[in-house]
Design a protein around this ligand. Sequence first.
Ligand code: MN
Length: 244
Amino acid sequence: MQTPTIGIARPRNMERLPDYETSIRRAGGNVVVVDVHRDELATAFNALDGLLLTGGADVDPELYGERQQRTVHPAKRRRDLFEIAIARLAVERDVPLFAICRGAQVLNVALGGNLVQDIPTEIESALPHKIEEPLAEFAHEVNVADGSLLRRSMNDMLSNRGCRVNSRHRQAVKRLGRDLVVSARAPDGVIEAIEHTGARFCLGVQWHPENFWHTGEFHLLFEAFVAACQERPTRRLIQRPTVN
Ligand code: MN
C-alpha cells in the first residue's frame, strides 16, 4: 500500500511544526508543508491525500459576519482565506481532513458556522482553557459523544466518558457549520471537537494532540486519520482557475 501524502498547513510559529510532522510520520504518513505564501490553492490541494490544519491566530470575525471583540488577534487575511478555501475543497471532495485548534475553528467557519470570540466573557463558569506551558500538560477532561468518529478512532484509549486534553485556546466553536456535529465537549459546555456527518474522515479538535507524540495518548487518532488518507481511491483533482 502506498504511503499517503499529508499536507500540513504551515503554522505561524514554525517551532510548532515538528510535533505535527512527527505525529503524522509515526502514524505512517508522508508530510508536505502547504504554505499560503508559496503554493497556489489548486497545486497544493491536488498533491494531497489528506489535509492537516494547524494552530495559530484567530479567524477574523468579519469572515463569520461579526464585529471583532477587543481580545481577538486575527491571523493574516491571506492565511484565513487560503485555509477556508482548502478546507471547503477537502469537504467537497471527501479528502480526509484533520483540523487542530485554530484548524477546527477554520473548518467551522468554512462551513458557515461562527465562534465564541472570548471564552472567559461569553461562557459562564468556564474552566481555564488557555494554559500555554508545558505544551503536553493536561488541562481538563472532554466528554466524547457515543458513536462519533472521534470515539471510534480513539477506541481503547477512552474511558466511558472521554479523556483528558491540553488546552491553549481563548475561542471555540459556537453555532455549527453545515453538516457538522459536536463530538466532544468540556465539562463547562465548551465545544472541544466537531466532525462532518457526510465525510469519511473530517474531524476538528480544539486541543493539541500532536504535543503528545512521545507519550502516545492520541496516537490512535493520527493512525485513524492516516488510514483514511490511505484508503483514498483516486486523487480528486481540481482544475486551476482559468483567466478569460
Ligand atoms: Mn479546552
